[in-house]
Design a protein around this ligand. Structure first.
Ligand code: NG6
Ligand code: CA
Length: 530
């Protein structure tokens, strides 16, 4: 039996000892789904299939953890994974923002094929329900599958508005997850409530939720009207409904009993993940642990206060590390760690100021969020997608450091190989099986990859080509203090000599520029696996 559901009330009452609000502890309305066990597919019981856990951190930069050079914060739990696993130095998220990277991770396809971009909190599900996905592929192999944490891939069919008070669908359960416990979009977007499977947790029918991204709904104050109520000052985009002292993007009416408290995330999501592990310890499982940290708003629990010298951004890194340790400890305690393949990585590069005045910039000290790389989140430069990436699998993986080129786009096909599933020609078309390189630091992975941002870039082992773009995104520089990498002229860098992308040598290498642009065009035109 997988996903043996306990009542949420019991789960939280049992385990949230520190700060979970009494609303959640006492006022829980269980839905039919949370009462009953979820129906069971035919689970193929095997012992040789490792459990798979993906720790997907939000906005964690290349230099943000100890094993990648962090200053000002310690990450002992992540570093332990790095020490005993493979630490990759040239591994990439598919894109420099969240929704596109997540789309690619779960479908094995570059996000430009679906025109995926950062979604509003009431956007429709962007993964078609008939599309094969990483979780649905693993389900075929007998895995039970769960996503816990941030979603941000949209919900509902887009034909009618999402009914937050009823069944919220389609969503993760319709694309291959057996269980989901989510923040529907992001921490800075409404609705600021938990969604368990199809239902908002702790919703009261007397106080229905309404969400708008167009105009104010409800009577809650907004950041624009009442900035004096805010714990963190916000930019205009983040100045709508105030929940828990933080103004969000979008307006939300009702749902007071269901509101989350940001400071509880560390326990709530950790516990839900660990209960999933507990319930599935007898069968192979896939856990997609999708962190809120270290995205804005950064409100780590008080127990992490001062754990870094960098204010809340550093403390959120410490919280993220603690969560990682708790889940790893759970695997260890259940005797599962040896036979669990863990991938630890991030959805895009770092950003300091991303909507709120939380002093991330002022308190940075000599910490370099993007390591030696240029750019950051949103950017076409390397720090946009080059992120800490660790594979830990004691039963099969020898510790080491790998400098090979790797992309999250390949997780799909590589895991398919691992669990012995053949992919169809039109499935995960951009994903290549590089399982050998994921499991052995001496094996080469990719020879080329696409980095998506507001343009497309092509990487080979040595070279980085950035396609010219007419997109004007001055806000990236003006509001985020990040060099966007966008330019109307082609850019070419030799990373072997110039890893910080300082010298554009496109003019001296016109033939290479043409070759790389042609390659991007070929990849764009591709319709099948090859
Ligand atoms: C942007 C938000 C930013 C963040 C981002 C999504 C601005 C002005 N606002 O629209 O704060 O929420 O979307 O981040 O930039 S991501 O990691 O989920 O892609
Ligand atoms: Ca992100």
């Amino acid at each position: 039996m997988f996903v043996k559901k306990k009542s949420i009330k019991n789960i939280l009452a049992l385990s949230i000892t520190l700060s979970l609000s009494s609303v959640i502890l006492t006022g829980c309305n269980k839905t039919a789904e949370t009462e009953n066990e979820v129906s069971e597919p035919n689970i193929v019981k095997t012992n040789d299939k490792p459990n798979i856990v993906i720790f997907y951190v939000d906005d964690l930069g290349y230099g943000d953890v100890g094993s990648y050079g962090a200053k000002g914060v310690e990450t002992p739990n992540v570093d332990e994974l790095a020490k005993n696993g493979i630490r990759f130095t040239d591994a990439h998220s598919s894109a420099a923002t969240c929704t596109p990277s997540r789309y690619s991770l779960l479908t094995g396809e570059y996000a430009f094929r679906q025109h995926a971009s950062v979604l509003k909190g009431d956007a429709a599900l962007i993964i078609p329900t008939d599309k094969p996905t990483l979780p649905s592929m693993l389900k075929k192999a007998g895995y039970s599958t769960a996503v816990v944490g941030k979603w941000h891939l949209g919900l509902g069919d887009g034909k009618s508005p999402i009914d937050w008070n009823g069944k919220v669908s389609p969503g993760p359960l319709e694309i291959g997850f057996d269980y989901s416990f989510l923040m529907p979009a992001t921490g800075d977007r409404v609705p600021s409530v938990y969604l368990e499977n199809h239902n908002v947790l702790n919703i009261s029918q007397d106080d229905p939720i309404e969400v708008s991204y167009e105009h104010k709904v409800g009577i809650r104050p907004t950041g624009t009207e009442n900035p004096e109520l805010l714990r963190q000052a916000a930019d205009p985009q983040h100045s709508n409904t105030i929940i828990n002292g933080i103004s969000r993007i979008g307006w939300m009416k009702g749902g007071v009993s269901a509101e989350w408290k940001d400071e509880d995330f560390y326990k709530v999501f950790t516990n839900m993940a660990n209960f999933f592990i507990e319930d599935n310890k007898e069968n192979p499982f896939f856990l997609f642990f999708s962190f809120h940290d270290i995205h804005v708003p950064r409100l780590p629990n008080d127990i992490f206060k001062g754990k870094s010298t960098m204010g809340v951004r550093g403390d959120a890194i410490a919280q993220m590390d603690w969560i990682t340790g708790e889940v790893v400890n759970k695997l260890k305690a259940e005797g599962l760690l040896d036979n669990t393949l863990i991938i630890f990585t991030s959805d895009n590069g770092p950003v300091l100021t991303d909507g709120y005045d939380d002093e991330a910039m002022e308190k940075l000290g000599d910490h370099k969020p993007g390591g030696d790389f240029k750019g950051g989140k949103y950017s076409a430069y390397e720090a946009g997608t080059r992120v800490p990436t660790i594979v830990h699998y004691p039963a099969k993986v020898k510790a080491g450091t790998s400098n090979t080129l790797m992309s999250q786009i390949d997780i799909y096909a590589s895991l398919a190989k691992l669990v012995n599933i053949d992919l169809n020609k039109d499935e995960a078309i951009d994903s290549k099986n590089v399982l050998g390189a994921w499991l052995d630091a001496s094996i080469e992975g990719r020879t080329e990859l696409i980095e998506e941002s507001y343009t497309l870039s092509l990487r080979t082992k040595e070279w980085k080509y950035i396609s010219p773009s007419s997109v004007k995104a001055e806000w990236i520089t003006n509001m985020k203090n990040i060099e966007s990498g966008l330019s109307p002229i082609p850019q070419l860098f030799n990373l072997a000599e110039d890893k910080s992308e300082q010298n554009n040598i496109a003019l001296q290498h016109k033939a290479d520029v043409a070759k790389y642009q042609q390659r991007i065009d070929e990849i764009k035109a591709q319709t099948h696996r090859n």
